[in-house]
Design a protein around this ligand. Sequence first.
Ligand code: SF4
Length: 223
Amino acid sequence: MNDTRLNISEIFRSIQGESSYAGWPCTFIRLAGCSHNCRHCDSLYAKITEERLTTKEVLTRALALKTDIIEITGGEPLEQAESHSLMTELCNTGRKVLLETGGFMPVAGIDPRVHKIIDLKPPSSGHEKDNCMENITLALKAGERMRKSFEFKLVLADRNDYLWARDLLGQNPLQESCTVLMGVVAGTLSPDRLAGWILEDSLRIRMQLQLHKLIWPERTRGA
Ligand code: SF4
């Protein structure tokens, strides 16, 4: 373990809210910093570094929270090179390690034990052209066992986003290979409208609502 320090926004325990692990108690390590500016970003505060910790200090703090699942999130965790060795060290403890990434950077080279939750940013984010399409190729080329460690997440704000997502899924056979999650940006698109479109088009995806926001609607961080 080297002593390069990671920029940290917060480390906390909560309920995993938006992946196939939703509902499980989980420790979150939120790395600070992100070079993007998505329109509906709900973690802009994570651009600010609250503390700088070594990998060892992060491990000690995270393990003290005693959950079987630990998620690295951000900000954009992959913008800090040290996040790779942090993930490996966490995997070595035997915990299930999740990575949540904005999807602008390649996930190639990440420890294969890490479960990757990769955003595909729709037009309303203002960044749909920046999605790293290489991640889709990587998932589709992976063997059956490795493919299970990829999830793609689409958080949509309107009909235009939905049509974009439907086209993307039409062009890339992700539904047949990986878990694809679809949800709404809170306060924009209503969940029942999205559910109707998914059923109308017979999509083979998993709809989800952000569980932590239902449990703690007032909380803006640490959830
Ligand atoms: S990539 Fe994530 S953290 Fe960065 S601006 Fe977009 S939503 Fe926010």
